[in-house]
Design a protein. Structure first.
Length: 58
């Protein structure tokens, strides 16, 4: 349930209003369940790898 709430909030975020903190710090503030945090970290990691492959940066 926490994962669904996180993504519902995530899609409504105004990127310009996000404070300058690390992604890890922000996720740990937003998510309390360690398993949910790991799922989000894994999704971000896969997205990062995909971006590097498609842009030739990896």
């Amino acid at each position: 349930m926490e994962l669904l709430k996180f993504f519902a909030k995530f899609v409504r975020i105004d990127a310009d209003s996000v404070p300058t903190i690390s992604v890890r710090s922000w996720i740990e503030q937003e998510l309390h369940d360690p398993m949910v945090r790991h799922i989000v970290y894994a999704m971000l990691h896969v997205d990062d790898l995909n971006r590097k492959q498609t842009t030739g940066l990896g």
